[in-house]
Design a protein around this ligand. Sequence first.
Ligand code: FAD
Ligand code: NAI
Length: 475
Amino acid sequence: MATTFDVVVIGGGPGGYIAAIRAAQLGLQAACIDEWTDVDGKPALGGTRTNVGCIPSKALLQSSENYEHAAHAFAEHGIQVKGLALDLARMLARKDKVVRQNNEGIVYLFKKNKVAFFHGRGSFAGGGANGWQIKVTGRNEETLAAQHVIIATGSNPRPLPGVPFDDQLILDNAGALAIPEVPKRLGVIGAGVIGLEMGSVWRRLGAEVTMLEMLDTFLPVADESVAKEAWKVFTKDQGLNIVLGANIARVSGNKKGVSVEYATRGAEQKLECDRLIVCIGRLPNTEGLGAGTVALKLDPRGFVEVNAECRTNLPNVWAIGDVVRGPMLAHKAEEEGVAVAQRIAGQHGHVDFNTVPWVIYTAPEIAWVGKTEQQLKSEGVQYRSGQFPFMANGRARALGDTRGFVKFLADAATDRLLGVHIIGPMASELISEAVVAMEFRAAAEDVALICHAHPSLSEAMKEAALGVAKRSLNF
Ligand code: FAD
Ligand code: NAI
């Protein structure tokens, strides 16, 4: 007899585990199946985010930034560091510990909320409107019966055509987070989010980093003015060598490392490096899910097709997170997970794609929410903008981190906030104020009228909001 659940979630990443917890909180019998296994063969809940994504990358970004500060920034504060040395093995071990703490945290949360956990691969064995059978294949094999199924199987790194990842020389995100010694010359294909974050980590630790980007434009997803400032800081100040318009022709591994042949504007070039990170986007993961068995509909790019409520073509089968359309972000996956659990329980589910924040954890950090200036122009929207540089912010000066600015974009007629763009210190934290403001349909003036603590970086938000009406006080 199959064990029966109201909801079975396939995938224990941020989308899946949060959906299972919310379903259990709402009184549903919930189970989560996840196949991620750590080096000791134990379950490692949390998916890409926890094991090879957000969490380990932020741990290494912090460690490498500390190292760079000790090497270069402390002197200005009158702190001399003698005998500074890098213990990379320890830095990587700390990152692994942070990951493990997060894995264990989710196990605890499952116990607390009475979510049943099955370690193994989940796949559709059959079913229909009256219920689904999900086979779990792992150390123990069993079949679960589910009234509702939530697919949260995430995504995998996209390899360059004909160039498989080998975990040694040609690395995906997992490999990029575990290089055992600092490469002298590091090549990166793709100057997107992973490229910039991982390129920053290894540059700070001493690698000479060259990034080959296919597009002629740098960071086209960000506001143009932010991308322009980021380009200046990353290339001129920090020495990241970013080549735009690079057409990769051939990648080959050899005894000395990796050789990448590419062309820019028709001119053939060659990059020799010790290791190569390939981060050119990610692909939805539906492998081994048994989609064909139950005729689950995928779109032409392989994503599970869903409507605005995350319903698939099958009755009571839902899909969330990286495996469906929309930005591949952990917080977007979580929001969808909560919304779907609530819909299953007969409640309202809310996800506002217009207010999903983006953060790139470089130094300075980049964060935004809503529309970019170029989007507003192309949509013909009349807008006003206000911009405030961190150079004019007292707290930023005290921190010794005055790079970048905050920019507010508001509707010209109504003053309603349409987008907020930040490049600067703690942009990842500052952006939340803009998200709240936009979620509550605030005007720029609403933010400008709020009392912000002094001295704080958040005063730059207020000043940029004031700037929309051309009445900044400190600039
Ligand atoms: P995943 O996290 O991919 O989880 C899917 C889980 O399902 C995995 O554990 C997988 O093993 C399991 N699974 C798959 N198929 C099956 C099956 N058939 N049976 C059982 N289990 C299965 N996002 C941010 O918001 N902020 C960041 O700072 C950030 N940093 C990132 C850094 C890197 C290097 C990378 C690669 C990604 C980063 N992301 C970040 C993106 C973020 O990790 C993803 O958007 C997020 O993990 C997606 O969550 P998910 O639940 O949809 O899928
Ligand atoms: P990405 O889409 O951010 O960047 C990929 C880059 O590779 C693009 O600039 C693209 O033009 C380029 N590219 C594509 N094909 C190429 C080719 N053949 N040759 C050279 N360049 C090529 O994808 P990335 O960096 O792999 O990250 C995947 C996703 O993971 C992100 O889109 C994001 O959703 C998520 N992520 C989020 C983070 C965050 O929130 N801070 C951090 C890291 C990843």
